[in-house]
Write a protein that binds this ligand. Structure first.
Ligand code: HEC
Ligand code: HEC
Ligand code: HEC
Ligand code: HEC
Ligand code: HEC
Ligand code: HEC
Ligand code: HEC
Ligand code: HEC
Length: 271
């Protein structure tokens, strides 16, 4: 019934419908008038097109994105371009490229409530970083953005490092994340020890040590120097016992920490 009237209206208006659009006129129009569109129109942008309307786009008029003066122009729906920069002025003057959606969404351009989105960048904000203001890292007005910051801890924390190094016991190693996390500098966090160096939180060395420097890192200013608990420090690695374990079957064995590690970097016998 409604459809018949709309088609009739089209005929009366002298419009070549097939050229206007493949979608039935009644999916958008009411039988009474072309404009405004039928309030309960069955056409649904999010279901019927490839461009979902999200955020503020849901409140925009069709004609703002599908502009035109004649019916032919307004119905050339497929001509709308989906890239943000096709419709929005790039205030950054192409400094960040045309993919505005990388940093913005369709709700508002304001970046100050953006903390959760940060997890989609190459640097998630964890620990203390999550409660900082954007300007603490990016500077006032975002002077420093992508490409000007690194995810390395050192460039942002060189002054803390200098202070920490005033303590002669602090390791001479500026790869902070080996030993620290972003929650606090102390206590140190060595959870990467197992995957990076040698399993001490898992496997047969789990729970067998008390402090870093007692048996293994006897020079606390240089963690590259280590001992495998030899020379009686660790009863399990007692020389007579070890010599017996390796005698005969293992070529290249000697009672030397670097050699032990070379053959046992996984912390297990035989690897
Ligand atoms: C997908 C939705 C949609 C379909 C389908 C559709 N239209 Fe439209 N039509 C519009 C929109 C949007 C406008 C512009 C509304 C405005 O100006 O605010 C419009 C406007 C019009 C106008 C008024 C043009 C003017 O400039 O005053 C006519 C006439 C019209 N449509 C005819 C048709 C006919 C005939 C059909 C079927 C062949 C049809 N429309 C199918 C969405 C649609
Ligand atoms: C925020 C902008 C925006 C608004 C508002 C908007 N559209 Fe779209 N629309 C687009 C974009 C972008 C496309 C994708 C065009 C493409 O890539 O094919 C599209 C696609 C379409 C298509 C499918 C075209 C095709 O053949 O693929 C139709 C039909 C359409 N829109 C009708 C409407 C109608 C009717 C309204 C209002 C109820 C509307 N649009 C509101 C941006 C918008
Ligand atoms: C086809 C055109 C079109 C495309 C593509 C488009 N927008 Fe929009 N956008 C609009 C229109 C029209 C409005 C409503 C503007 C108004 O009412 O003043 C709008 C509104 C907005 C708003 C609300 C604030 C404002 O400016 O009014 C934001 C934010 C926004 N768009 C972001 C985006 C982002 C991000 C993309 C890409 C992911 C994008 N838009 C793609 C047309 C488009
Ligand atoms: C690399 C991230 C990035 C990309 C990509 C990006 N922007 Fe931005 N944009 C920002 C930041 C950060 C701000 C906040 C600047 C400030 O507050 O000084 C901003 C601010 C804006 C503002 C002003 C917001 C306000 O509150 O006044 C608009 C408008 C805007 N961007 C549009 C765009 C458009 C359009 C594009 C795509 C062509 C785009 N941006 C791409 C990061 C980006
Ligand atoms: C603890 C420091 C820190 C804080 C706080 C921080 N950022 Fe970042 N941000 C970074 C680092 C590091 C990067 C990665 C730099 C790169 O991509 O080269 C980054 C990247 C970005 C990017 C670029 C995304 C891309 O795809 O290129 C945007 C946009 C951004 N931050 C916005 C923000 C906003 C908005 C806030 C505040 C809500 C914020 N940042 C708070 C450190 C921070
Ligand atoms: C883009 C700059 C930036 C990067 C990269 C960065 N931080 Fe931060 N971080 C800050 C800022 C700014 C603060 C807050 C001010 C301060 O305490 O120095 C902070 C705070 C911290 C705090 C809290 C300090 C306190 O006194 O409570 C720790 C811990 C921390 N960062 C560790 C790290 C670690 C570990 C890394 C590497 C995984 C890292 N940060 C990478 C900028 C950065
Ligand atoms: C190989 C492990 C290791 C690395 C790498 C490392 N640290 Fe540390 N850090 C420690 C240890 C162990 C302590 C505790 C030292 C002590 O108190 O004896 C410490 C303590 C600290 C403290 C606390 C000092 C205090 O007394 O409050 C800060 C700040 C600190 N480190 C910053 C850094 C920064 C910044 C980096 C990277 C540029 C870094 N550290 C790299 C192991 C490391
Ligand atoms: C040249 C390689 C090599 C060197 C050097 C070496 N090991 Fe071994 N180790 C082996 C092999 C192979 C086995 C397995 C022997 C077997 O199962 O019969 C083994 C067995 C062991 C075992 C017994 C594991 C078990 O399950 O009973 C321990 C403990 C051990 N090594 C500790 C050490 C220590 C400590 C050092 C340094 C003092 C050391 N190894 C040096 C190759 C080596």
């Amino acid at each position: 019934m409604g459809l018949t009237s709309v088609v009739l209206m089209a005929v009366l208006a002298g419009i070549p419908q097939e050229e206007l659009t493949d979608i039935p006129c009644a999916n958008c129009h009411s039988p009474n008038a072309w404009i405004p569109l039928a309030p309960d129109h069955t056409f649904q942008h999010n279901r019927d097109t490839l461009f979902p309307l999200e955020g503020e786009h849901q409140n925009a008029e069709c004609i703002q994105c599908h502009p035109g003066e004649t019916a032919m122009e307004t119905h050339a729906f497929a001509q709308a371009k989906p890239e943000c920069s096709a419709c929005h002025l790039d205030i950054h003057q192409n400094e960040f490229g045309s993919e505005c959606g990388r940093c913005h969404n369709t709700s508002d351009w304001d970046m100050s409530r953006w903390n959760q989105n940060h997890d989609h960048t190459i640097f998630a904000l964890n620990g203390m970083h999550a409660s900082l203001a954007c300007r603490d890292c990016h500077g006032v007005n975002f002077q420093r953005l992508a490409g000007q910051l690194t995810t390395d801890c050192f460039p942002c924390h060189s002054s803390q490092y200098r202070l920490a190094r005033e303590n002669p016991d602090h390791p001479d190693n500026d790869n902070c994340r080996l030993c620290h996390n972003s929650r606090a500098w102390l206590p140190i966090d060595m959870s990467q020890h197992d995957s990076e160096f040698f399993p001490i939180y898992s496997g047969s060395h789990r729970g067998t040590w008390t402090t870093c420097d007692a048996e293994c890192h006897f020079d606390p200013s240089d963690y590259q120097i280590f001992s495998c608990g030899l020379n009686g420090v660790c009863h399990k690695h007692d020389k007579t016992k070890m010599d017996r374990k390796h005698r005969g079957e293992v070529g290249g064995y000697s009672y030397n920490s670097v050699k032990c590690y070379h053959c046992h970097s996984g912390g297990r016998g035989g690897d």
